[in-house]
Design a protein around this ligand. Structure first.
Ligand code: CA
Length: 236
């Protein structure tokens, strides 16, 4: 928890803007805000915030375009705030480079937790030692990338090569939503069929080996219509 982090909020609805500002200020974040994309982009450039909260429906420019513009020069974490329930926009935002999304209306504790998690990932990603992190640890699960070994309750569990690749990619991006397409192209290559049936079959097998109760997973969560999110690495 770093209470001195500077956050930039880009949101055109004043009451939502005020609501978010109140929550985050009371959590000791330094806040600035913009009511449109143009001001937001210029503040992003001049203030170099530690994280950007972005509403997708802005009056002057589509939020997806805002993400693309920011991503052309910065890796700052971006969390999309969206009233839209359509999965398509969320997937588009994630594929354009957003780190996470939260759908309005949302609870303040979940919101703050998402922010913390994105800031933590950004901080650990910027120091080079953890980029080449050797282990993922969450609960009873340990993935040892160096030894290629996965243990649950200290017992080695065998995964196929594809399953291992999926687990590696999700765990190295722990806490982030990984879209189906990005997971498929990472595991099977950019020319793979984007039909996600084979991914779902593999995921079912992974969950059977990994989870106590595959119907109520504790390690890999499904974001319906969008992708998967693996629980945060406790090793960071
Ligand atoms: Ca809006």
């Amino acid at each position: 928890m770093n209470p001195k982090n500077q956050l930039l909020l880009i949101e055109d609805e004043r009451n939502i803007c005020n609501f978010i500002m109140t929550i985050l200020k009371s959590n000791d974040y330094k806040m600035t805000y913009a009511l449109n994309a143009e001001t937001g982009l210029s503040l992003a450039a001049s203030q170099c915030p530690d994280l950007i909260l972005l509403d997708l429906g802005l009056p002057d420019l589509d939020g997806i375009e805002v993400i693309r513009k920011i991503r052309s020069w910065s890796n700052v974490p971006i969390i999309v705030i969206s009233a839209r329930t359509q999965e398509k926009e969320k997937v588009e935002a994630l594929d354009a480079g957003a780190d996470d999304y939260i759908t309005k209306p949302f609870g303040s504790s979940e919101f703050v937790a998402r922010i913390r998690s994105a800031l933590r990932r950004a901080a650990s990603g910027s120091n080079s030692s953890s980029r080449t992190q050797q282990k993922y640890i969450a609960g009873d699960l340990v993935i040892d990338y160096e030894k290629h070994i996965i243990t649950i309750h200290h017992e080695i569990v065998h995964f196929t090569q594809i399953e291992y690749k999926i687990l590696t990619y999700l765990s190295q991006n722990a806490g982030r939503v990984i879209t189906y397409d990005s997971l498929i192209s990472h595991v099977w290559g950019p020319f793979a069929d984007s039909n996600n049936r084979i991914l779902r079959v593999n995921m079912a097998n992974i969950r059977r080996k990994l989870e106590n109760n595959p119907a109520d997973p504790q390690y890999i969560f499904t974001e319906i219509g969008i992708g998967y999110r693996m629980v945060d690495n406790e090793n960071t």
